[in-house]
Design a protein. Structure first.
Length: 303
């Protein structure tokens, strides 16, 4: 009988792609959904409602593995205090509910894998290459990611192998980051944001999905792992490459930092700052990136 993987956030960009990868590798998949969806041969949908602290317990009891991807988008709306609370709780509350069900039924798992983000290293631009040992910062992104990971560690405290995947910018065809920025570049209006010197740690959706697959199939995977290519990509170099792939050179002036701060408020930190991260730890497990050249990665997504 196929092992079952329960995914929170399974109807999102990463979740949908990962679902296909898991099925291709012989797993059955369960997905928590707020709406009514029809089950398929390989996917079973279960209801959940975070506003009422509800998860169908059958989803948890059926699972051999849980992959936690759910969370409100970081750059979808301006960071008001209310929005910050929503961003944090959308990541931590599902884990609290899962923890309660696991404990109630004395249910074990083969592994619990939680998304996290390179934002744990803070909204900072420097020459430093952050490893998994780099302390988190005390800005909004750093604290949010730390609390997110602390919640995941409560599952680990139940004696369940727990991994945390600190993800960079994810490239995928017509989805995620590129869905937001590619239309402007395609229309010929691409430009550099701020100084353009902020680093842009990235990963292709195919590689990210393979890291999640490895995180459940490799019993040695435990703790935090950076999921981003270690290179020197900056907002400036990314913008020039993307424009070139659309057949032109950047001609618009840079978008001034002060303007982005006026429009986006504190959220501007997410696009105006960024550090490099090391992928050495995940590569030492035997994982190999299929996409490590940004031009090839972007080209594959634009075909």
């Amino acid at each position: 009988m196929a092992k079952n993987v329960l995914i929170t956030g399974g109807t999102g960009f990463i979740g949908k792609y990962l679902t296909d990868v898991l099925i291709e590798n012989g797993f059955s998949v369960s997905v928590l959904s707020r709406g009514d969806r029809k089950n398929t041969t390989f996917i079973t949908y279960y209801k959940w409602d975070l506003t009422h602290d509800y998860i169908d317990e059958n989803a948890i009891l059926k699972a051999d593995y849980i992959i936690h991807l759910a969370g409100e988008g970081i750059v979808e709306k301006r960071w008001t205090e209310k929005r910050k609370k929503v961003i944090l709780e959308s990541r931590t509350k599902p884990i609290e509910l899962i923890h309660a069900i696991l404990k109630k039924h004395n249910k074990s798992l083969d592994a619990f894998v939680s998304a996290s983000a390179i934002g744990i290293y803070g909204a900072v631009t420097s020459q430093k290459i952050c490893t998994e040992e780099t302390p988190h910062t005390n800005d909004f992104l750093g604290v949010t990611c730390q609390q997110w990971e602390n919640s995941a560690d409560t599952i680990g405290a139940l004696g369940i192998r727990t991994a945390k995947i600190r993800t960079g910018i994810v490239f995928g065809k017509d989805e995620g980051f590129l869905k937001k920025v590619a239309p402007g570049f395609k229309a010929g209006f691409g430009s550099i944001l701020g100084s353009g010197k902020q680093y842009l740690p990235w990963i292709h959706i195919e590689d990210l999905s393979q890291i999640y697959l490895k995180s459940i199939t490799d019993a040695e995977i435990q703790g935090p792992y950076n999921a981003a290519v270690t290179d020197n990509t900056t907002n400036s170099s990314f913008s020039k490459i993307l424009a070139n792939l659309y057949g032109y050179k950047l001609w618009l002036p840079r978008v001034p930092e002060f303007l982005l701060k006026i429009v986006l408020g504190e959220m501007s930190d997410a696009v105006l700052k960024g550090q490099r991260v090391s992928s050495e730890k995940i590569q030492k497990t035997g994982f190999k990136f299929q996409y490590y050249d940004i031009e090839k990665a972007l080209s594959s997504c634009l075909k």
